[in-house]
Design a protein around this ligand. Structure first.
Ligand SMILES: [Zn+2]
Length: 147
């Protein structure tokens, strides 16, 4: 495994849209393994592939309810009960702010083998998933900070 460089908010790449993963190949598995190592070293709870400069719709989320998950091609099927809470981002060091997000989501996603899963996420876990999915569309939490 290798540790990857996390790109920051001033890198124009962070604003790109990521594309779906169609080929669940060993190359994808290697990227995910490297992302795990990168996330652990960075002390974060979530990392999207775009943050290491790879434009695929995949992320790692460290959840309280389901442990550490790889979410690939995620789609939010249900979002309920908005809440506002403090957030930060490994690509925006030194910045934090309060962002409005759903408190409950149902997420459909694929694992590294292409198998489909549907899971419910609450509280900080839901926030983390929504934050990472925003990255896949070039959106940063700083765009959403409540004034
Ligand atoms: Zn982030």
């Amino acid at each position: 495994m290798a540790r990857l460089t996390i790109i920051k908010q001033d890198n124009p790449l962070i604003r790109k849209h990521s594309k779906p993963v169609e080929d669940f190949s060993p190359r994808i598995h290697t990227i995910l393994d490297d992302m795990h190592e990168t996330l652990l070293h960075a002390n974060g709870i979530g990392l999207a592939a775009i943050q290491v400069g790879i434009l695929y719709r995949m992320a790692i989320v460290m959840t309280q309810e389901h442990g550490t998950l790889e979410i690939i091609n995620p789609v939010i099927k249900t979002a309920k009960r908005q809440r506002t809470d403090a957030e930060g981002c490994l690509s925006c060091p030194g910045i934090s702010g309060r962002v409005r997000r759903p408190h409950f989501i149902t997420l459909e996603y694929q694992d590294r083998h292409g198998k489909k899963h549907t899971k419910d996420f609450h509280g900080i876990d839901a926030v983390c998933c929504c934050h990472e999915i925003d990255h896949m569309d070039g959106i940063l939490f700083i765009d959403k900070i409540e004034k």
